[in-house]
Design a protein around this ligand. Structure first.
Ligand code: MG
Ligand code: MG
Length: 294
């Protein structure tokens, strides 16, 4: 989710990051331990949302999405704790009676506030066997998020990362969505700075920012198969590709620490993807969950 309302950014302390990790871990559990095992042909998207809502409730976490109204936007309050976007839906899909089918892809985006701190993450799952080109779209979108996180270990400014993300997606023949971007995150879901997945005008004209310890951002590339253009459905939330071809979305909440990027919404043991790359599963796997490209 995105808003024009961006409270000023404050660098987070190591204690703040521990609190944000607890929120991020709950988001990871919700996506990968609660929702992922339910994904199969015939499940209604509202069933996935209900399970996520129950998991947040059990842990006394507050949904970041339910009843959210972006400032200045003419939308009704968002009615669910997850955004569920199927196939040509890019982001902000509303869960409902629609049943997933074999061969679909489904993007689940969710976030919560736990003890005053936020976590935000998204993952696109295949439903059974998907077309090989759609599989490649998932691999490239997940790959560009992993690339961004790796580059955050060495780049000094976000514009360097954004330019490489744009190049990576372009080189694979796909399109980065430009209408929606990532964001700073902390006590609020949306804080400064804005975090584009491409070298935007805003980055060129003073919107660039240093990658310094204490920065926490939600990095969330959306990649379309055939065009970067998106349209808004009449429900005023759901974004769809202009050509109705598929779109994928992966997101992690990532902190910069003195020892490199820390993925606050990663699986246990996978928080530091750029550390100890020569040994151990935590260093050798990309952030998120396996498997990699097939
Ligand atoms: Mg986000
Ligand atoms: Mg999100």
């Amino acid at each position: 989710m995105r808003s024009r309302k961006t409270p000023r950014r404050e660098n987070k302390s190591p204690q703040n990051l521990e609190a944000m990790r607890r929120a991020g871990l709950l988001v990871w559990e919700t996506l990968h331990q609660v929702i992922a095992p339910m994904i199969r042909p015939g499940v209604a998207t509202k069933e996935l949302d209900a399970a996520a809502e129950e998991h947040f409730r059990k842990h006394d976490a507050v949904s970041l999405f339910k009843n959210y109204v972006p400032e200045g936007a003419h939308c009704p309050p968002f009615p669910a704790v997850t955004c569920i976007s199927v196939n040509e839906e890019v982001v902000h899909g509303i869960p409902g009676p629609r049943q997933l089918q074999e061969g679909d892809i489904v993007s689940i985006d969710t976030g919560c506030k736990l003890d005053g701190w936020c976590g935000d993450s998204a993952y696109t799952f295949p439903v059974g066997e998907v077309d090989p080109e759609v599989r490649r779209l998932l691999d490239v979108t997940r790959g560009v998020l992993d690339l961004a996180i790796r580059l955050m270990a060495t780049a000094s400014r976000w514009s360097q990362v954004a330019a490489e993300m744009e190049r990576f997606v372009h080189d694979h023949g796909f399109y980065v969505v430009e209408a929606f971007v990532g964001h700073g995150i902390g006590r609020q879901m949306h804080e400064d700075p804005q975090v584009p997945n491409f070298l935007s005008e805003q980055l060129r004209r003073g919107g660039d920012f240093p990658l310094e310890p204490g920065l926490v951002i939600a990095v969330e590339p959306m990649v379309n198969m055939g065009t970067k253009r998106v349209r808004t459905r009449p429900d005023r939330w759901t974004q769809v590709t202009a050509d109705h071809r598929p779109s994928a979305h992966f997101e992690h909440t990532v902190a910069i620490t003195p020892s490199g990027p820390r993925v606050l919404t990663a699986a246990p043991g996978e928080e530091y993807p750029t550390r100890d790359t020569s040994r151990g599963p935590a260093g050798s796997k990309p952030a998120g969950e396996s498997p990699g490209p097939q």
